[in-house]
Design a protein around this ligand. Structure first.
Ligand SMILES: [Zn+2]
Length: 283
């Protein structure tokens, strides 16, 4: 089965290297990702780019040893920069024009701004103009200074209702608020979710989590209640976890008859710009 990883990170920053070293033990470099893609039959990946421009060009998909050809990206949005820097919107639009750009990414919770705040309205205008979805961080924040009231999935309900012509992707299935996410999925036709980042850890940790019945059932409860397998995307949040064991984990959680959709077809539906590349690639 061909797989699309609809949520990962690939940026030359110390934070990701540290995660790779201390949490997941993945080989955080282009060759390392290529090897993991090959092993798990991942044919394309959507990188969520950092919202910070002070560390270098966020859409430059290269690490010290180069790039991976099958990577695309969602342009990270920094609402604080949007407020104070007149050029920020132009920067984002320029990055969105790149053939590798497939969407936009909002980091709710990491920034203390609700997703329906007017500061994001020009971003939603860009989503319409370029016909791309908006992925939104939801749920737990990795850092202590994140604020959960901004990253709760319920905040996306109003956004989805007032922007019916834009598709939104609830990243990380809103974990731990999976039932809230499920309700949004079944209610709003323009709301999708990815299953990335449900676990952070090395191969052993990921495989052990398969056997943590209540954790598996927590995710399954959300999936069953939503019954929206046509809107659920596979993603890893690499380098938080190694890819191949995470595929095993998600296969364990999602009923088999939906695997083709969750691991591949749905990503092409919500990120239509991937189609050209993936279908050409298949010959
Ligand atoms: Zn992520």
């Amino acid at each position: 089965m061909k797989i699309i990883d609809a949520h990962l990170h690939f940026f030359n920053a110390e934070g990701f290297k540290k995660t790779a070293r201390e949490i997941s033990q993945v080989n955080y470099c282009a060759q390392g990702l290529k090897d993991e893609f090959n092993k798990a039959n991942v044919v394309a990946g959507v990188v969520m780019t950092t919202p910070a421009r002070n560390l270098g060009d966020p859409c430059d998909l290269t690490l010290e040893d180069g790039t991976v050809d099958s990577l695309f990206y969602c342009v990270g949005v920094n609402p604080e920069e949007l407020r104070k820097n007149r050029e920020e919107l132009a920067n984002i639009e320029r990055e969105l024009k790149n053939t590798r750009a497939t969407g936009l990414k909002i980091y709710a919770g990491y920034f203390p701004v609700y997703v329906y705040d007017p500061v994001y309205e020009p971003i939603y205008d860009l989503a319409r103009k370029y016909k791309v979805p908006v992925a939104i961080h939801t749920g737990d924040t990795q850092t202590f200074n994140g604020l959960l009231k901004y990253s709760h999935p319920l905040t996306i309900d109003e956004l989805a209702v007032t922007h019916p012509d834009i598709n939104f992707i609830i990243c990380h299935f809103g974990v731990p608020w999976v039932l809230d996410t499920a309700e949004l999925l079944q209610k709003n036709p323009n709301v999708y979710a990815d299953l990335s980042g449900l676990i952070a850890g090395n191969r052993e940790v990921v495989l052990q989590t398969k056997d943590v019945r209540l954790f598996v059932e927590l995710v399954q409860q959300g999936l069953v209640y939503a019954h929206s397998y046509e809107k659920i995307l596979f993603g890893t949040d690499w380098p938080l976890v190694p890819i191949e064991p995470y595929v095993e984990f998600v296969k364990h959680v999602v009923p088999e008859q939906y695997h083709e959709d969750v691991f591949y077809n749905n990503a092409l539906k919500v990120y239509p710009k991937l189609k050209k590349y993936v279908i050409n690639d298949a010959g």
